[in-house]
Write a protein that binds this ligand. Structure first.
Ligand code: PEP
Length: 255
């Protein structure tokens, strides 16, 4: 049984004090669903303060990106040991905004995924097609290439401790969502591919989140799909009541 996992990607939002206010509110309200794994990924500047507040709770925290080297002359970068040192559980890797604006490639993502595992971090690896690719009927091919290139170097144990986030690029921050059925179909394709690349037990174990304009009004439909094991939530994770409502939409049978 895969435990539903809902993680907030705050992107480049929230000063330290705004972050603390949001987390104080989440801390109380998320206690009602201990059967759902939850986490937040604040900007780096708020991460230490958020970690301090969440340390005695079941809510995890993580980075939105990192570099694959442990240390060195990489101005502006954050390393896996730095995130591990703050007690991070997660690190989001290969987000489409990083691919689009910062030139991230599948090869770079693969190095980061390996580095995350070396330091006990759970990578949340984002894959997804652009609108143009979807309209050209290339969704499954594009996603398959991203999954193969980003994850094929992992051991089965590492793969089982990796989360995949299927995030159609055209649905991120746009208010447009994939229909639950369409998202479920892509998730099923990813799972079949994982069975080919690893084995069927591994494929059944890996949690695949959906991301792209998830909000309280569509979360229940998405999270009730068989192959959808959680959500990576951007915009709606910036409001405590919306994030909590999304977590509460998770079907209880997934516990
Ligand atoms: C995201 O940033 O991963 C995301 C899914 O954003 P949004 O929920 O705002 O579409």
């Amino acid at each position: 049984m895969r435990k539903t996992v809902v993680v907030g990607n705050w992107k480049m939002n929230m000063t330290r004090s705004e972050a603390l206010a949001l987390v104080r509110s989440l801390k109380v309200k998320l206690q009602e669903r201990p059967d759902v794994e939850t986490g937040v990924c604040p900007p780096f500047t708020a991460l230490a303060a958020v970690a301090e507040l969440l340390r005695d709770t079941a809510i995890g925290w993580g980075g939105q990106n990192m570099f694959h080297e442990d240390s060195g002359a990489y101005t502006g970068e954050i390393s896996p040991p730095m995130l591990a040192d703050l007690g991070c559980r997660y690190v989001i890797l290969g987000h489409s905004e990083r691919r689009q604006y910062f030139g991230e490639t599948d090869e770079g993502v693969a190095k980061k995924v390996a580095a995350a595992h070396r330091h006990g971090l759970t990578p949340i690896v984002c894959v997804g097609e652009t609108l143009q690719q979807r309209e050209a009927g290339e969704t499954e091919t594009v996603v398959a290439v991203q999954v193969r290139n980003g994850l094929s170097g992992l051991s089965t144990d590492q793969m089982r401790h990796t989360i995949i986030a299927y995030e159609p690029v055209w649905a991120i921050g746009t208010g447009r969502t994939a229909t639950p059925e369409d998202a479920n179909a892509v998730h099923a394709t990813i799972r079949t591919l994982l069975a080919e690349m690893f084995d069927s037990m591994t494929a059944e174990t890996v949690r695949i989140q959906y991301g792209g304009s998830v909000k309280p009004s569509n979360a229940a439909d998405l999270l009730s799909q068989r192959e959808i094991d959680g959500a990576l939530v951007g915009g709606a994770s910036l409001k405590a009541e919306d994030f909590v409502a999304i977590v509460k939409s998770a079907p209880k049978s997934n516990s």
